[in-house]
Ligand binder design. Structure first.
Ligand SMILES: [Zn+2]
Ligand SMILES: [Zn+2]
Length: 73
């Protein structure tokens, strides 16, 4: 599997993983690993953010799209 972003510009670079959101192949340069907060629902429907964060690999497009969602809310 090759990096999708690199293949768009005509180069073939081995992918290190897949975007969690759109599943395109990503190389080291085009993949972004972000910390994904894990939430749990406590009593009386309160959402609490837990101490340990998970890891999420995203492409630049999905990262930008998800960040815009965060800003809007
Ligand atoms: Zn790439
Ligand atoms: Zn993506």
């Amino acid at each position: 599997m090759f990096c999708y972003e690199c293949s768009q510009s005509g180069t073939r670079v081995e992918a290190i993983g897949l975007c969690h959101h759109c599943s395109v192949g990503l190389c080291q340069e085009h993949g972004f690993i972000i910390a994904d907060p894990i939430t749990a629902t406590a009593l009386v429907n309160r959402t609490v953010v837990l101490k340990k964060k998970a890891r999420l690999l995203l492409c630049g497009t999905c990262l930008a799209a998800l960040q815009q969602q965060k800003i809007a809310s």
